[in-house]
Design a protein around this ligand. Structure first.
Ligand SMILES: Cc1cc2nc3c(=O)[nH]c(=O)nc-3n(C[C@H](O)[C@H](O)[C@H](O)COP(=O)(O)O)c2cc1C
Length: 231
């Protein structure tokens, strides 16, 4: 399998990376089409489409957009139902006819305008979900191509069924992987000012409950503020 992904600041690479994706360098045609807004992408690593993790990320993205509506675009990508094939990261070729859904996601993340990424994971036994881990392993293609996500701002949100269900442990385990990418890892901004957004899906009102809204908003705002300051 060999495909192309582009990314700002990454010029001239042509080697096949771990994962079999070639990051081919800045595409002038795509850059010309770009509206030059900073883009913040949220990745929902829940197996359940449109559920708590996606809902919390929507709140984070609304807050991010509100920081500067004319300068920021946002997009939510849900991994639910997608095949990310973590074995590809270990250089195991896909079987003939197997569909790999990572490439279109990688292309979006490789957009030169992407300035921030917010990863949302459900808490599964006090850690990240397996789709989240698969996604992070596939991100290795960016690292092996001259750290193509370097200086992209990253924030993390975790949703648990319990109030103290391991959200902070899940958040910090995701954050640790992002340091491997030279990303600029930020926590939730004021007034939460903690590791990331800890969301309790069991709270009355679910992710819309005030404490959850505040935490998700503080994360989205912080990612947007730092992204605009850096990009
Ligand atoms: C395998 C599994 C393990 C779970 N482990 C935890 C846990 O350790 N702590 C917790 O608070 N919730 C746990 N949960 C509950 C989920 O975190 C919770 O349902 C969350 O809302 C799922 O996100 P979603 O609504 O986006 O699917 C677990 C759920 C599953 C399926």
């Amino acid at each position: 399998m060999s495909d192309e992904v582009t990314r700002r600041g990454f010029i001239g690479a042509a080697s096949v990376a771990a994962g079999g994706i070639v990051l081919a360098g800045t595409d002038p045609a795509r850059a010309a089409e770009s509206n030059n807004k900073s883009k913040i992408i949220a990745i929902s690593c829940s197996r359940r489409e449109g559920m708590s993790t996606a809902g919390a990320l929507q709140i984070a993205l609304e807050a991010a957009k509100a920081v500067s509506p004319d300068a920021i675009d946002t997009e939510l990508i849900e991994l639910a139902g997608k095949n990310l094939h973590a074995e590809v990261a270990a250089k195991i070729e896909l079987a003939e006819g197997e569909v790999d859904d990572f490439l279109p996601i990688a292309e979006k993340l490789g957009d030169p305008n992407v300035a921030g990424i917010i990863i949302g994971t459900p808490v599964y036994f006090a850690s990240m979900s397996s789709p989240c881990k698969d996604f992070i392993e596939r991100l290795g293609v960016f690292r092996s191509q001259d750290y193509a996500l370097s200086n992209v701002v990253a924030g993390v949100l975790a949703v648990g069924g319990g109030r103290d269900g391991g959200q902070e442990v899940a958040i910090t385990s995701v954050q640790a992987t992002l340091f491997c990418q030279e990303m600029i890892v930020v926590g939730a901004g004021r007034k939460t000012s903690r590791f990331g957004a800890c969301i309790w899906a069991g709270a009355e009102g679910g992710v819309e409950e005030a404490t959850n809204r505040a935490a998700a908003g503080d994360l989205g705002r912080r990612v947007a503020e730092v992204a605009l300051a850096l990009h």
